[in-house]
Design a protein around this ligand. Structure first.
Ligand SMILES: CC(=O)N[C@@H](CCC[C@H](N)C(=O)O)C(=O)O
Length: 372
C-alpha cells in the first residue's frame, strides 16, 4: 500500500466500531484517509454515514464497483488486544475493519495507477442491520455512478491466510430478522394460576418454533431459525409479564422465507390462545440471497492464476449479506477471504490474522485490473 500501513489502519478502525447508520467516527476516519489520496480523477460523495469514491478511467467503457461494509456489532469484545474496541459493547466482530482497510488499500493503488474503466468504491453502512444496501443503491448519489458490475469480500475465519473462496450461484442465504414481544400478566411467584407467565410462553415458543424448520419445510431446502436473545422478567420471585425474543430466519430458497413466516404466525396465534397473551411480531431487516454470476467468478479465479493467492471452491453458507440486494440489481459476485481465526464470525474473541490484509488488497486490485 502506498499511502499508509494496513495494520495501523485496521487497528485504528478496530477501536471505533459503530452500529448501523451511527458510523459517524468511522465515516470521518475514512474520509480523512481518502482525502490523503485524492487526485483530479477522483470524486467523493457521502450518503448518510456511507461514502462513494469514484475514480475516472482513462478511456472508460464501463464502471466496476467494489463494496465494503463499515458497521460493527453490539458485542462486548473479549480479546486482550492493545487495540481493542474503545466503544463499550461494540465490536468489529464480523471483520468489517478488515473489509474497510482492504478497500482503502486497493483504492489507493487504483488511484495511483488508474484503469481504462471507471472504478467505484462503496463504503456502505448498516450491513448487520437494519440494512444499508437497499436504500444506498436507491439513492441519487449511487444512481449517478451505478456500476455495471459489482463485487465484495467477506473474511472467512476457517480458511487459511492466502486462500480465497467463492462459487457460482447461491453463496449466502435469504435472511429475515425476527423480533417477538410477548405480553401476559405479571404476579407473585407463588401464585402462577393468577398470572400469565411470559417466561414459560416464550421458552416454549423457542423450542416449538424449531419444528417449523424440521417439520414444515422441505428437508432438501436449507433453513435455520435462531433465537439469539431472550429477555423476560425483573426479579427471581415474580412472574414475568412480558418477554422479548430476538432472532433470525435463514433459507436457501427465497420462497421458503415466506413459508417460515406463515408457519410462525400460525404458531403465534396458537400461543396467544394457549397462554392467554398478546404477541407482536416484527421482521426487521430482510436481505435477499447472495447469488454470484458465474462469468465474474471465473474471471476472478483466472485473474489470480499467476499470483500467490489460492482460489478454492466454496460451499453455500447460511450467513446473510445485504450485498445480495446489490447483486439482485447489478451482476457480480462475493468471495470469502481466509483469515485463519480460532474464533468465528460474531464471536467476542474473533482474531483474524492481519497477514490476510495484503492478500485481500492484492485480490481486489488484481480482479479490477483484469478488466483492462
Ligand atoms: C456475514 C454475516 O454474518 N452477516 C450477518 C447479516 C445479518 C443480517 C440480519 N441482522 C439478520 O440477522 O438477519 C449474518 O448474521 O449473517
Amino acid at each position: 500500500m502506498t499511502a499508509f500501513d494496513l495494520q495501523t489502519v485496521r487497528r485504528e478502525l478496530h477501536q471505533i466500531p459503530e452500529l448501523g447508520f451511527e458510523e459517524q467516527k468511522t465515516q470521518s476516519y475514512l474520509l480523512a484517509k481518502i482525502q490523503e489520496m485524492v487526485t483530479d480523477r477522483v470524486e467523493v460523495k457521502t450518503w448518510r454515514t456511507g461514502i462513494l469514491v469514484h475514480i475516472a478511467g482513462t478511456d472508460p467503457s464501463k464502471r466496476i464497483g467494489f463494496r465494503s461494509d463499515i458497521d460493527g456489532l453490539p458485542i462486548l469484545e473479549d480479546t486482550d488486544f492493545d487495540f481493542a474496541s474503545t466503544h463499550a459493547g461494540r465490536m468489529h466482530a464480523c471483520g468489517h475493519d478488515f473489509h474497510m482497510t482492504i478497500a482503502l488499500a486497493a483504492l489507493s493503488r487504483l488511484i495511483a495507477e488508474p484503469l481504462k474503466d471507471d472504478v467505484l468504491f462503496i463504503f456502505q453502512p448498516a450491513e448487520e442491520g437494519p440494512g444499508g444496501a437497499k436504500p444506498m443503491i436507491a439513492s441519487e448519489e449511487f444512481r449517478t455512478w451505478k456500476p455495471d458490475t459489482i463485487f465484495a469480500l467477506h473474511i472467512a475465519p476457517e480458511l487459511p491466510v492466502g486462500e480465497v473462496s467463492s462459487k457460482p450461484g447461491l453463496l449466502f442465504a435469504n435472511t429475515s430478522e425476527l423480533f417477538l414481544d410477548f405480553k401476559g400478566l405479571g404476579g407473585h411467584a407463588a401464585y402462577p394460576h393468577l398470572a400469565k407467565d411470559m417466561t414459560v410462553a416464550a421458552s416454549n415458543f423457542v423450542v416449538q418454533a424449531q419444528q417449523i424448520v424440521s417439520r414444515r419445510l422441505n428437508p432438501l431446502d436449507g433453513s435455520v431459525l435462531t433465537i439469539g436473545k431472550m429477555e423476560s422478567g425483573f426479579v427471581q420471585n415474580a412472574i414475568a409479564e412480558t418477554a422479548r425474543l430476538e432472532g433470525t430466519i435463514r433459507t436457501t430458497e427465497a420462497s421458503s422465507i415466506v413459508l417460515v413466516k406463515e408457519e410462525l404466525e400460525k404458531l403465534l396465534k396458537g400461543f396467544e390462545i394457549a397462554y392467554d397473551c398478546e404477541i407482536n411480531v416484527d421482521y426487521g431487516a430482510n436481505y435477499y440471497q447472495v447469488v454470484n454470476e458465474e462469468m465474474y467468478v471465473e474471471q476472478f479465479k483466472n485473474s489470480l492464476e499467476h499470483t500467490d493467492v489460492t482460489y478454492v471452491q466454496a460451499a453455500a453458507a447460511m450467513t446473510g449479506e445485504d450485498f445480495g440486494d446489490m447483486l439482485k440489481e447489478i451482476p457480480g459476485f462475493m468471495f470469502w477471504l481466509g483469515v485463519n481465526s480460532p474464533y468465528g464470525l460474531h464471536h467476542a474473541k474473533l482474531n483474524p490474522d492481519e497477514a490476510a490484509l495484503s492478500v485481500g488488497a492484492d485480490a481486489v486490485e488484481t480482479f479490477i485490473r483484469s478488466f483492462d
